[in-house]
Design a binder for this molecule. Sequence first.
Ligand SMILES: O=P(O)(O)OC[C@H]1O[C@H](OP(=O)(O)OP(=O)(O)O)[C@H](O)[C@@H]1O
Ligand SMILES: O=c1cc[nH]c(=O)[nH]1
Ligand SMILES: [Mg+2]
Length: 217
Amino acid sequence: MIVHHISEENSILNKFISEIRDKNIQKDSLRFRRNIERIGEILGYELSKKLSYTSFYVETPLGKKKQQLSYNNIVLCSILRAGLPLHQGLLNYFDDAENAFISAFRKHTKNSNDFEIVVEYFASPKIEGKTLFIADPMLATGQSLVAVYEAIKKNGIPKELHIVSVIGSKEGIAFIEKHFPKNTHLWIATIDDNLNDKGYIVPGLGDAGDLAFGEKL
Ligand SMILES: O=P(O)(O)OC[C@H]1O[C@H](OP(=O)(O)OP(=O)(O)O)[C@H](O)[C@@H]1O
Ligand SMILES: O=c1cc[nH]c(=O)[nH]1
Ligand SMILES: [Mg+2]
């Protein structure tokens, strides 16, 4: 896997990351969603540098100019729920991408911190031979991404695969590296050292789905 750790280089991205982490600022769910969306735009811009380009001429009112444009057939697949604002950020830039949505939730074993990932819903166009982006802001244990990819593969194998995420744990990244093809790109805004016994990223930000959309039962 090729890991692109975008906040290694200082930029305005740091502000958006610190606002989603901040325990007071993150309570403003509108700002939280918008910050995830803005991070999606930045990660999308970085990712766009690795797409395939071809030249074409654009006609202005005064003449013609040669331009390089990407020609990838992009399918943007996001993991519900927390993936939705990240999806919107990517779609703001890749506005002609096809879209897919997949659900994944942690089903806990009674009285334990153990869980399995349940994938129930998957709505998708054809994926075979296309450029697939999988978006999820949190890469904690990595189990959701791996379970989701197993389900997606039944629908076709993409030619190129880009995982887009906001906060990842070192452990989760090591886990997905074992399960995704070697040429998969991971575009990640920031990486944390630890996971707690509930599989939450520390320091992380808490529960991204709840912060964006409210607590679920
Ligand atoms: O790497 P993992 O250990 O699998 O954890 C990460 C998953 O947890 C979060 O979703 P969550 O299950 O909280 O669902 P939600 O988006 O509905 O809140 C997050 O959006 C990922 O999908
Ligand atoms: O740290 C974590 C782990 C899973 N899901 C989240 O939203 N945050
Ligand atoms: Mg959640």
